[in-house]
Write a protein that binds this ligand. Structure first.
Ligand SMILES: [Zn+2]
Length: 159
């Protein structure tokens, strides 16, 4: 299904653009947008640098659909680090926030909690270690109190 490319959606594509994770349609739309958008220009430049640093041998890019949006994870085995890009996810709702995790059986490591209400983000995270999954969960503002994801919205298989 073609995505509705409203201006705010286009704005949110900066991370995925820098990581070369867009469809042709999205890439074309963002290419037109970025020419006139200073914040996106800066974001793309910063992310391209990050992506270049991560694009060492062994770097992998994985994208999954989450609630109509996209979560892209670039992992670098040699640097034991990753960049997570969330774009187009639904607004988390009042007093809710997305939280990012590395997960393996019996172990949950919180990597980041987005600001309340935030649904677009590009975050450098790590170490990846021997995580089996990367997960995005919906939590109360400030993150899960239990140290475990409360409402997992999507996962990226790292194996
Ligand atoms: Zn923009």
């Amino acid at each position: 299904m073609a995505r509705d490319l409203s201006p705010s959606d286009v704005h949110a594509l900066a991370g995925a653009y820098a990581l070369d994770a867009l469809t042709e349609l999205e890439r074309a739309a963002f290419g037109r947008h970025v020419a006139d958008c200073e914040s996106c220009t800066v974001e793309v430049a910063e992310l391209s640098e990050t992506a270049t640093r991560l694009a060492a041998p062994g770097a992998r890019l994985r994208t999954v659909s989450v609630d109509g949006g996209q979560v892209t994870l670039v992992t670098s085995a040699s640097q034991d680090a990753a960049v997570a890009v969330l774009s187009g996810l639904p607004a988390p709702g009042k007093d809710k926030a997305y939280q990012l995790w590395f997960i393996k059986p019996g172990e949950y490591r919180s990597m980041a909690v987005l600001p309340a209400g935030e649904r677009t983000a590009t975050v450098r995270i790590g170490p990846v270690g021997d995580a089996a999954l990367f997960g995005v969960s919906l939590e109360r503002t400030g993150g899960s109190a239990s140290g475990k994801p409360t409402d997992v919205r999507g996962t990226v298989d790292l194996r």
